[in-house]
Design a protein around this ligand. Sequence first.
Ligand code: SF4
Ligand code: SF4
Ligand code: SF4
Length: 273
Amino acid sequence: MRKYALPVLLLSVFEAVAITLWLAKGNFFYFLNFTYIGCSLALGLTLMIRNHRNARRIVQLLVGLYMLVYLGLIERENMQIEGFWYYLFSGLFTAATIHYAVAKIFGPLIFGRGWCGYACWTAMVLDYLPWKRPKTHTRKKIGWIRYLAFAASFLFVASLFLLHVKNLDHVLYVAFIVGNVCYYAAGILLAYFLKDNRAFCKYLCPVTVFLKPMSYFSLIRVKPDPEKCISCGKCTRVCPMDVNVMDPKRNRLNGTECILCGECVKECPTKAL
Ligand code: SF4
Ligand code: SF4
Ligand code: SF4
């Protein structure tokens, strides 16, 4: 049973958040929302432990479609970074604020960038593109673009407030649709030109400004057991995020990029990861 400790831990964290928010806010939606997400993630991890080929895809679709279609398009909650700024400036404690706090700011202290591997609706589409393993693990020196995207999202929302734009809820709904179309278009173009499905995550995604520093301290990490590792390098070669998996240290090359996808674990011939 020890091998199921991770999904159980993950589910417990989400249930704790679900019950706390339900009781604190008196709103049963929070219980249903976080229970659904926690169960989906735990199911995905369990399937992965049982070597189900499409485990990660299943959970990506379960969570990604729920957030994009139900929360974003039907419930009209802007779950993108623009929505986070908007609700933060408005002083509103909504699903988007909680989503950012749990999945992208404080949660990564426990589960790193699990969001990026199992739940992000942008990556849910990008992962279907054909460039699953980057041809080269050498990064282009354009990572600074993410800071521009981060600043642009902040300035966009700040300007809405400064210019006293009316009907902000509707503006944010339109921004959610337009923003997603732009993100998908940019993600697909970058993947095509760099022959790397996850190029958008590596260079452009503004959310990584939160995700990278927080996931540095992640409790859950993939690292090699020096007793079993034979330094074959297979793990590093298959990593879609260019992590130097063979290095156990936190400050290893691209260490804050790990999305816990498990590709390296599957490839390791000695079960050292
Ligand atoms: S880096 Fe951004 S786009 Fe990529 S999976 Fe993470 S949140 Fe999604
Ligand atoms: S292959 Fe391994 S190190 Fe690379 S992102 Fe996936 S789990 Fe992390
Ligand atoms: S695949 Fe396994 S044995 Fe090979 S370098 Fe990576 S951790 Fe070591």
